[in-house]
Ligand binder design. Structure first.
Ligand SMILES: *[C@@H]1O[C@H](CO)[C@@H](O)[C@H](O)[C@H]1NC(C)=O
Length: 284
């Protein structure tokens, strides 16, 4: 409660005080509905794309453990993509660093309920985002799974959408008990220009219990669904999709050789059997 009041105070200061710049957009808590990283609307004003280099402040109440998971997530993401998260030493809101024009930054906080962000643009002067990582991401069964859950929220903040919500996802992965299908969010065209990836960091670990792969995805096994989050690593295809948004000049890949059609070496035998079985099935 106190924190919330403080934030309210901060925002009021932001708008009315310090800069004498009247308009802050998207500061209200209600705005989270649209900026939920799970939201179908995402960020309707733009197709992502943020700065590939993100200056990051940790909200002081994040625990050492949470900070270390976040740092590790940053380094895993930048190891395999051109996105960089640069942690800054904490500065209070009135510090000059936080008011420098041309220096957008993100404050990372934790939320019991949301994975969400709120972007504030003060007349193009200061661009500041508050990103809420949901508490449960830090409370997974293992450290690597926590890193995976945090990485998922970070890459979706950076503009990836859930692979399972792609318009073409149902061709490759089907839900066992069909519930109501969530609406398709707006995807960045770069993500959709590459093949569906059942192991993407954006696929929840729990999806292996709820989904199975179709005959159009013989290159992977049901047990591979959600593998990215399980090990807490971007897949090769996650990297390709992210880099296509932020540094397309670095991307070299053949979209016809996606994870659903190119098996891993260890699975080749199984893959051949599956293809054979499908072909047999089609005969009848
Ligand atoms: C967790 O991830 C790290 C880095 O990828 C890896 O070295 C380590 O073996 C993983 N731990 C477990 C228990 O899988």
């Amino acid at each position: 409660m106190l924190l919330r009041l403080f934030i309210g105070y901060l925002l009021v200061q932001t708008v009315s005080g310090k800069m004498c710049r009247p308009k802050a957009s998207g500061t209200k808590l209600q705005a989270f509905v649209n900026n939920d990283v799970n939201s179908i609307m995402g960020d309707p004003e733009r197709n992502t794309v943020r700065h590939a280099n993100q200056l990051v402040y940790f909200w002081p109440s994040l625990s050492e453990f949470e900070q270390s998971v976040l740092r590790d997530s940053f380094s895993q993401i930048s190891r395999r993509s051109c996105i960089k998260f640069e942690e800054q030493p904490w500065q209070p809101w009135y510090h000059a660093d936080r008011w420098e024009p041309e220096r957008p930054y993100v404050i990372i906080r934790k939320s019991r309920q949301y994975a969400a962000y709120t972007d504030n643009n003060l007349e193009g002067q200061v661009s500041r985002t508050i990103l809420y990582i949901s508490q449960n991401a830090f409370e997974q069964h293992s450290y690597n799974q926590s890193r995976g859950a945090v990485m998922d929220q970070l890459v979706r903040y950076m503009g990836l959408r859930k692979e399972l919500l792609r318009p073409d996802a149902a061709s490759y992965a089907q839900e066992k008990n069909v519930g109501h299908a969530p609406p398709t969010p707006r995807f960045h065209p770069a993500q959709l220009s590459w093949p569906f990836d059942p192991e993407s960091i954006t696929v929840p670990l729990s999806a292996r219990k709820t989904h199975y792969l179709t005959e159009y995805c013989p290159g992977r096994n049901d047990a591979d669904i959600g593998a990215g989050q399980r090990v807490g690593l971007l897949t090769r295809w996650d990297s390709i999709k992210i880099n296509s948004m932020y540094c397309p000049q670095l991307v070299e890949a053949d979209p016809r050789r996606g994870p659903c059609v190119v098996p891993r070496k260890k699975d080749i035998h199984h893959f051949k059997k599956k293809i054979h079985a499908y072909n047999e099935m089609k005969k009848y």
